[in-house]
Design a protein around this ligand. Structure first.
Ligand code: NI
Length: 162
């Protein structure tokens, strides 16, 4: 277990398409544990592998609903409705922006055992899933933000960072 350094906006890796994971290795398993540690340490609710410099399709999410979601090679299958609200990103420190996302999403992914599953998320979880999946395709929320980004203090940031 280790805390990894988080890449920030301007770093090229955040603009790259990530590669699908083919098999679970000890190395990848360790990466997933490190991603959770790094996310909790930074006070975030989600983290994608490229944010720690790894071009692999892996996302971890914990929106405090009692689950630690690991999404490997995720594909969003369905989107429904819309929600508009504040969003932040550990790779865009000190900022927040208003982003419209689907209210509900259904995603198919592999878990830590490389078993396929489907997850339906609503509200904040749906927002986190969309935000993190975007990272795997080289996109940051700032591309979708309505109006200019706002400066937020460290304290205000916690709880709405993903
Ligand atoms: Ni992010």
């Amino acid at each position: 277990m280790a805390i990894r350094s988080i890449r920030t906006i301007g770093d090229e890796i955040l603009t790259k398409e990530c590669k699908p994971v083919k098999e679970m290795t000890e190395h990848t398993s360790e990466l997933i544990e490190d991603m959770f540690d790094t996310m909790y340490e930074a006070g975030g609710v989600g983290l994608a592998a490229p944010q720690v410099g790894i071009r692999k399709q892996i996302v971890v999410i914990d929106v405090e609903d009692g689950n630690q979601y690991v999404l490997i090679n995720p594909v969003i299958l369905e989107m429904e409705g819309a929600q508009t609200g504040p969003e932040g990103c550990l790779s865009v420190p000190g900022k927040s922006g208003t982003v419209t996302r689907p209210e509900k999403v259904k995603v198919r992914a592999l878990d830590r055992e490389m078993k396929e599953f489907e997850l339906e998320g609503e509200g904040f979880l749906a927002r986190a899933i969309c935000h993190e999946c975007d990272h795997l395709h080289g996109h940051l929320y700032v591309e979708l933000a309505e109006g200019p980004l706002e400066d937020v203090t460290e304290q205000e940031e916690s709880g709405q960072e993903d």
